[in-house]
Design a protein around this ligand. Structure first.
Ligand SMILES: NC(=O)c1ccc[n+]([C@@H]2O[C@H](COP(=O)([O-])OP(=O)(O)OC[C@H]3O[C@@H](n4cnc5c(N)ncnc54)[C@H](OP(=O)(O)O)[C@@H]3O)[C@@H](O)[C@H]2O)c1
Length: 212
């Protein structure tokens, strides 16, 4: 499958690593062409040429599009890409943390994923994923020898199954958390997991895992 990642930061690296491990093609677009090229160079050895760089504004080639940028920047990109996002599966990975890092910036009766779903073309399907998995752990794929759990929320069963397939092919365990509105709890969990890094001193190396 062809996947486009918007952003070339830490999460782009982690998700691209898992997508390439799963045999997918990855297009990485950043507002700075040099940042995308640097990440692609880093990933190329393990990819048989299945990863390519570009600049935000280039045509989106993927049927799946991952927004690997801060939540505050997502609306602007949705608006500039407009109808190019029609029919796409949109993966929202954001944690919409507020400026003081002690709450969420989204309304209490909504979530980043739901706000994004309201903004994209009606035929685009939004799936929440990867917001509880830290970037460094995605690059490795495991914590304490266990594959990461990736919680998914979405209203479109086909889109959610498509993302679940990508997660599984990358060696991780997809867990269906329910409809898109469940993103409210996933984003709360993401915030809690971030907050616990300072309590536990785990330096963003821990994972949220459902056992057994
Ligand atoms: N880090 C984690 O462990 C983690 C875990 C779960 C979810 N997330 C979520 O993943 C997303 C990305 O986080 P990250 O850790 O990958 O951040 P990051 O390493 O700081 O990378 C941010 C990326 O977003 C781009 N960007 C920033 N502002 C932008 C704007 N106004 N317009 C267009 N692009 C912009 C940056 O572009 P430049 O390269 O040009 O600066 C960079 O490619 C965030 O929404 C975060 O909440 C992160």
């Amino acid at each position: 499958m062809q996947v486009t990642i918007l952003g070339a930061g830490n999460m782009a690296r982690g998700i691209a690593t898992r997508l390439l491990a799963g045999g997918n093609d990855v297009q990485i677009l950043d507002r700075d062409a040099g940042h995308a090229a640097t990440l692609v160079d880093e990933l190329r050895a393990a990819s048989d040429g299945r990863v390519s760089p570009g600049t935000i504004g280039d045509d989106i080639r993927g049927e799946v599009v991952v927004f690997a940028i801060p939540y505050v920047a997502v609306a602007g990109l949705i608006d500039s890409y407009g109808e190019q996002l029609a029919d796409k599966t949109i993966v929202d990975i954001t944690n919409p943390i507020n400026a003081t890092y002690d709450g969420l910036s989204t309304p209490a009766d909504s979530s980043a994923a739901e706000e994004i779903a309201r903004r994209v073309p009606a035929s685009a399907r939004v799936v929440k994923a990867f917001n509880t998995t830290f970037a460094g752990t995605l690059t490795v794929g495991t914590v304490a020898g266990q594959p990461l759990d990736v919680f998914l929320a979405g209203d479109d069963a086909d889109a959610k199954a498509r993302v679940a397939g990508l997660v599984e092919a990358g060696g991780l365990r997809p867990l269906d958390a329910g409809p898109l509105a469940r993103s409210r709890y996933l984003e709360g969990l993401g915030l809690l997991h971030i907050t616990l890094q300072f309590t536990l001193g785990t330096a963003f190396g821990s994972a949220v895992k459902i056992l057994p």
